[in-house]
Design a protein around this ligand. Structure first.
Ligand SMILES: *[C@@H]1O[C@H](CO)[C@@H](O)[C@H](O)[C@H]1NC(C)=O
Ligand SMILES: *[C@@H]1O[C@H](CO)[C@@H](O)[C@H](O)[C@H]1NC(C)=O
Ligand SMILES: *[C@@H]1O[C@H](CO)[C@@H](O)[C@H](O)[C@H]1NC(C)=O
Length: 189
């Protein structure tokens, strides 16, 4: 019967076609060895200590509100405010202290019951072996708590494959500037 041989042909055609298609769709992924990325070395644990300067006004403002909800200014927690930052990170609390990097990204008021920010930012380092390397922060910052903890979810440069956490403590605050002490502990290679 002509019909059954064409069915057999169709069956094999689709069988081979789908096998080929499956192989093709996975060609953008391949397995590599950890050593090809230098990951056969033991992980390092580093701790970074710096002061974050959030300047919300004045001539050298580094934090600007870029969005808000119609109800934000009536909210006791400024719920809905989004602030874009390019804040200097310094070695010691004084504003003339050596700049070691910047915090670039944004924070947004995400709690209706307390002052709690969602922080999504990069620490961009500009000194020595860390120059150009970044760490990514994504977490919750209840700024009135004595110590806040935020996850470090990744990094680049010397901080590739980074994981860890940041602890923040307010050093001082006035109408124009909040200075926050950070200790960041990260595993990286
Ligand atoms: C702003 O920055 C300039 C240049 O770094 C500096 O001379 C000036 O004192 C700063 N102003 C304030 C209010 O910090
Ligand atoms: C950091 O890297 C930038 C760009 O590569 C370079 O211009 C700058 O001089 C470097 N700074 C230090 C302190 O090494
Ligand atoms: C950071 O670590 C130093 C030394 O252990 C400690 O004195 C300081 O209180 C810590 N600061 C924060 C914000 O965790």
């Amino acid at each position: 019967m002509a019909n059954s041989s064409s069915l057999v042909f169709l069956f094999f055609f689709f069988f081979f076609y789908s096998t080929l298609a499956t192989a093709k769709t996975h060609r953008f992924v391949r397995s590599i060895s950890p050593s090809s990325l230098g990951l056969d070395k033991p992980q390092k644990l580093s701790q970074l200590h710096f002061f974050f300067h959030d300047v919300v006004g004045g001539t050298n403002q580094t934090a600007v509100r870029v969005a808000a909800a119609p109800s934000t200014d009536k909210s006791p927690t400024q719920f809905g405010a989004v602030v874009m930052i390019d804040d200097p990170l310094t070695e010691s609390p004084e504003s003339w202290s050596k700049v070691v990097g910047r915090a670039q990204g944004m924070y947004a008021s995400a709690s209706q019951t307390e002052l709690g920010f969602l922080m999504t930012l990069s620490f961009v380092f500009t000194q020595g072996e860390f120059n150009g390397s970044t760490l990514s922060v994504l977490g919750r910052n209840t700024v009135l708590s004595a110590v806040r903890e935020m996850p470090i979810v990744g990094g680049s440069g010397v901080f590739r494959f980074a994981t860890g956490y940041a602890q923040a403590k307010t050093h001082s605050i006035d109408a124009l500037e909040a200075i926050v002490e950070y200790n960041v502990s990260v595993f990286h290679y």
